[in-house]
Design a protein around this ligand. Structure first.
Ligand code: FPP
Length: 236
């Protein structure tokens, strides 16, 4: 019998999409969808850790999401603040928590919590739990370019020293494995500025399920779909 391949060691990115539509289908405000979405975020993060995922990245808020109505932005930020409080209490999960994105426009209280969580979990050896908040893949690359240009201007590196590894070192995901697959829920087939550099050789898995309906069984199905793919990295 062929070996049943699981999720051990995989790096996975998730675009949690469909909260608004889920709420609309039920005649509820969009924020109700985000609230259930935040519970599903917890469930999937815990499940992924249990089944041995190496790194899990959630797209919680994009650089473009500020354009949404003020009350929706506030609701998502409140949910993020509540998630920070829960994450601070995680112990047995042994997750290393990393926040991807420009945190400077976030509440100072959140920024402090985020820095504390990162510092306290940096040594951990369990799953890497990345939360992308005010994150954009283009902005991440612009930031890397600015940092490298500054290093060149300071005479620390030569422009010809800049290679793939050098750029990767300046991404928010520095030192982490590239995603094996990126999953997007809700039937949309777009990358929406998520992990642009990191996804160069990732598989893309799109499922119709709306994020608030997403369960560990859907997660298992995505992992199984990933194992059916034939990754060649440009070779044969
Ligand atoms: C996409 O659905 C979802 C978001 C833009 C926000 C995701 C946020 C959460 C799940 C909760 C807060 C985060 C954490 C980490 C606890 P959508 O609103 O675009 O749905 P739609 O496409 O159906 O309108």
């Amino acid at each position: 019998m062929p070996e049943k391949k699981g999720a051990e060691g995989l790096s996975i990115g998730i675009i949690m999409d469909g909260n608004g539509r889920w709420a609309k289908q039920r005649g509820l405000p969009r924020t109700a969808g985000h609230k259930v979405g935040a519970d599903v975020f917890d469930d999937i993060a815990l499940y992924a850790k249990d089944i041995g995922v190496r790194a899990l990245t959630f797209f919680a808020f994009s650089t473009e999401n500020w354009q949404r109505p003020k009350d929706e932005v506030k609701a998502i930020m409140d949910l993020f603040g509540q998630a920070l409080k829960r994450i601070e209490k995680y112990r047995k999960e042994d997750n290393q928590v990393v926040f991807l994105g420009d945190r400077t426009p976030l509440l100072p209280e959140y920024q402090k919590r985020m820095a504390d969580i990162e510092a306290k979990t940096a040594h951990r050896t369990g799953m890497i739990l990345n939360i992308a908040i005010n994150y954009g893949g283009r902005e991440e690359l612009v930031r890397a370019a600015q940092q490298l240009a500054q290093e060149a201007a300071d005479g620390k590196i030569k422009p010809s020293d800049i290679d793939n590894a050098c750029i990767e070192k300046h991404l928010y995901t520095s030192g982490q494995p590239m995603p094996d697959f990126i999953l997007r829920t809700s039937g949309e087939h777009r990358i929406s500025n998520f992990m642009l550099w990191q996804s160069a050789y990732s598989e893309f898995i799109f499922v119709d399920t709306l994020w608030p309906d997403f369960t560990p069984a859907h997660f298992d199905a995505a992992v199984a779909e990933y194992h059916r793919r034939d990754r060649r990295y440009g070779g044969l």
